[in-house]
Design a protein around this ligand. Structure first.
Ligand SMILES: NC(=O)c1ccc[n+]([C@@H]2O[C@H](COP(=O)([O-])OP(=O)(O)OC[C@H]3O[C@@H](n4cnc5c(N)ncnc54)[C@H](OP(=O)(O)O)[C@@H]3O)[C@@H](O)[C@H]2O)c1
Length: 200
């Protein structure tokens, strides 16, 4: 799949790396081609360096992994997104997010012309724990997009990517990430914790 990565730091960089190794075509979209986080990503296979709008133009799916505070600015910088899928990995942390929105995905929908935004990978660690993999979760209205995003989550090493519901669950996905942050940081469990669904 042709994937644009906007935000090439911890989250964007980790996903760009695993997806490039799975054979996806990765277009890094950066603000300044001379100075950006994750320059080492250019040694990954199938990976090119682009301006943000060029990366979007080349791609079918766009991952946004920038701070939530710039969600509106980044959305406006993407250019034409009609017919493209946007995957939102951002989190509003301690109330710092796009002004006027309870979640970053609604800010993307309001400031781009795609109708297909999926919130996923907003709780993103190395998914492998010994012999087991943790689960991912996603929300958004587009069933076509969720099917593709599930495949990408499995490519990234998650055991499963559960469908949490439609766009009305975007804010719940923000709370889910904050639930992890609370346990890891505020309650002191540390970053090496992850969620997995058990069934019987
Ligand atoms: N770290 C985690 O454990 C984790 C887990 C899940 C989700 N998240 C969420 O994922 C997002 C990214 O986190 P991170 O830890 O990967 O951040 P990070 O390492 O600080 O990277 C942020 C990236 O965003 C880019 N950026 C900043 N402002 C931009 C703008 N206006 N336009 C385009 N790009 C811009 C930066 O560009 P430059 O390269 O030019 O500096 C950098 O590449 C956050 O919303 C965070 O809450 C984080």
């Amino acid at each position: 799949m042709k994937i644009a990565i906007i935000g090439t730091g911890n989250v964007g960089g980790a996903l760009a790396t695993v997806w490039s190794r799975k054979g996806h075509e990765i277009a890094l979209g950066v603000q300044n081609e001379n100075e950006f986080k994750g320059k080492n990503l250019l040694t990954n296979p199938n990976t090119t360096l682009n301006s943000i709008s060029e990366a979007v133009k080349k791609s079918e799916l766009i991952l946004i992994a920038t701070p939530a505070t710039v969600a509106i600015q980044v959305s406006k910088s993407l250019g034409e997104t009609n017919g493209k899928i946007i995957v939102d990995a951002m989190n509003i942390v301690m109330g710092r997010g796009p002004i006027g929105f309870t979640n970053t995905s609604d800010a993307i929908l309001a400031n781009t012309n795609t109708k297909e935004v999926i919130k996923c990978f907003n709780n993103m660690e190395n998914p492998i724990y010994g012999n087991e993999a943790i689960d991912a979760f996603m929300a958004g209205d587009s069933k076509r997009a969720k099917s593709l995003v599930r495949d990408l989550a499995l490519d990234a090493g998650f055991a499963e990517c559960y469908d949490v519901g439609g766009n009305d669950k975007f804010t719940l996905m923000e709370s889910y990430a904050f639930f992890w942050i609370n346990l890891a940081m505020m309650q002191g469990l540390g970053r090496e914790i992850g969620f997995k669904i058990l069934k019987r």
